[in-house]
Design a protein around this ligand. Sequence first.
Ligand code: ZN
Length: 257
Amino acid sequence: MSLYRDTGVVLRVQKLGEADRIITLITQKHGKVRAVAKGVRRTTSRLGARVEPFAHVDVQFYTGRTLDVITQVHTLDAFGAGLVHDYQRYTAACAVLETADRMSAEEGEPVLRLYLLVAGALRALADGHRDASLVLDAFLLRAMAFAGWSPAITECARCGDPGPHRAFSVPAGGSVCPRCKPPGSASPAHESLTLMNALATGGWDTAERATDAARRETSGLVAALLQWHLERQLRSLPLVERRPFDPRPPTPPADPD
Ligand SMILES: [Zn+2]
């Protein structure tokens, strides 16, 4: 039996049979891990309460044949307790988990940066010192940067002209100059792009001075960028060539002559 330990955040919990659950975690060292927690649906299970969504945990696993099995859980932060009584914080935290789940598609691939962003965002949402919507947008922008999807905020996304520019195009990847501007580009307020830049770079003083209008506009642009990238990522899947498997004919034995 091979044992390993890691620290992670519980992203998702699914039922498995009568008493078990499949727990999906984003971990520090092993990327996204799906593992079985046995017997956790019994009311007497102490493990069950520790592996709920939003929980930040230290876990011991053993390597199973199909899924790994959780053998011990130690709670580091029960972020759920600070989230469940505030609808805005709760929904923002759900968006953090769902985004992290979709961005860490390859199980076992290390995603340390994304794990740190998830834990940081949940901590900020649970402690309530910052506006939940700003915390979520800052997380989404940094998660997009992790995925290589950072929008161009001041320079032109197409030609690199330093800007700032008036037009913004989600499919083009952010701000666009008058020459590169595709049809249907938005024209966000300068203040909204200033806010987006502050959120992407951790400029909280600037971000917290932003008006409600700028916050709404920035949230809309960030959501549209994320949606566009996630859909494009998944749209490539149907394009994968699916041919009937054609096994090679067996190699004839070498001629003894
Ligand atoms: Zn340009």
